[in-house]
Design a binder for this molecule. Structure first.
Ligand code: DGL
Length: 283
């Protein structure tokens, strides 16, 4: 791939969830340019195999590089847990050694231990994220004394992707999965929403959590870490273009995406369609 000059930060998620991260990135870096890509046509990634998540994520990263992004954020915990390391270590050196791909699991883990007062932390995530074991491993590096329990919530993403964020059906599952988490460690006093879709369920999650247990979305943590990353890497900071532009792309139908995405992003937006599958032949 051609060496890359100045360009926007690429932000990728399996669907709408990454918009909750982009919203905070934009708040923290309002003058920077971003390109958002949601692979809505192939969402959810949560139940998919390691190999499939890796292949889909690599296609997305390649596509964002093709749009001129010097830096890509995998704004998806599942992709960060299952694909990031392989992309960074195996793909990037041959594909685009002058560019960078960052995840959101590590920046969240770096702060996670500070969220609990009593050292008992809960993680809610997709099956893929939970099965990878990445959160307990990463958090133990920074906070070896914190007890981490995690619970997969396989049906939450489909509910959110379908715009069902309140009502009896979704509440039943949210209550059940939170119950399972708390049963593992009744002393948990803080719960990390380890999936970018879950902030949309925040009012419901707060309703279902026992009193005194706080739910923490990742967006602000990730945004603060990106600001810090750019300060520590002036060579990358210089390559991220300014202008405050954001372009949105989806693998689904744009009009459908736009209607629902506004809910995640917090304001109206207009997207264009992109086909990632065509790239798979190049693997
Ligand atoms: N939003 C993604 C995450 O943070 C996953 C959603 C999915 O299962 O596709 O894990």
């Amino acid at each position: 791939m051609e060496p890359c000059g100045r360009g926007p930060v690429g932000v990728f998620d399996s669907g709408y969830g990454g918009l909750t991260i982009l919203r905070e990135l934009r708040r923290a870096l309002p003058d920077r340019d971003f390109v958002y890509l949601g692979d809505n046509a192939r969402s959810p990634y949560g139940p998919r195999s390691f190999e499939t998540v890796r292949r889909y994520s690599r296609q997305a990263v390649e596509w964002l590089f093709g749009r001129g992004c010097p830096l890509v954020v995998l704004a998806c915990n599942t992709a960060s847990a299952r694909a990031l390391r392989t992309i960074q270590q195996r793909d990037l050196p041959g594909l685009a050694p002058d560019r960078r791909v960052l995840g959101i699991l590590r920046p969240t883990s770096e702060e996670a231990g500070n969220l609990t007062k009593n050292g008992h932390l809960g993680i809610l995530g997709t099956e893929g994220t939970v099965r990878s074991g990445s959160y307990p491993v990463e958090i133990a590096r920074f906070f070896p004394d914190v007890k981490v329990s995690q619970q997969a919530c396989p049906l939450w993403v489909p509910f959110v992707e379908n715009g069902e964020t309140s009502g009896e059906a979704v509440e039943w599952f949210v209550r059940r999965d939170i119950g399972r988490l708390m049963a593992q460690d009744p002393e948990i006093d803080a719960v990390v929403l380890g999936c970018t879709h879950y902030p949309l369920l925040l009012p419901l999650i707060e309703k279902c959590l026992p009193e005194g247990v706080r739910a923490v979305p990742q967006g602000e943590l990730v945004a603060a870490k990106l600001v810090d990353y750019l300060k520590r890497h002036p060579e990358m900071d210089e390559r991220v273009s300014s202008g405050g532009e954001i372009a949105f792309f989806t693998t689904e139908q744009p009009d459908f995406f736009d209607r629902r995405a506004a809910f995640f992003f917090g304001e109206p937006l207009s997207s264009a369609h992109v086909e990632l599958e065509k790239q798979s032949g190049r693997e």
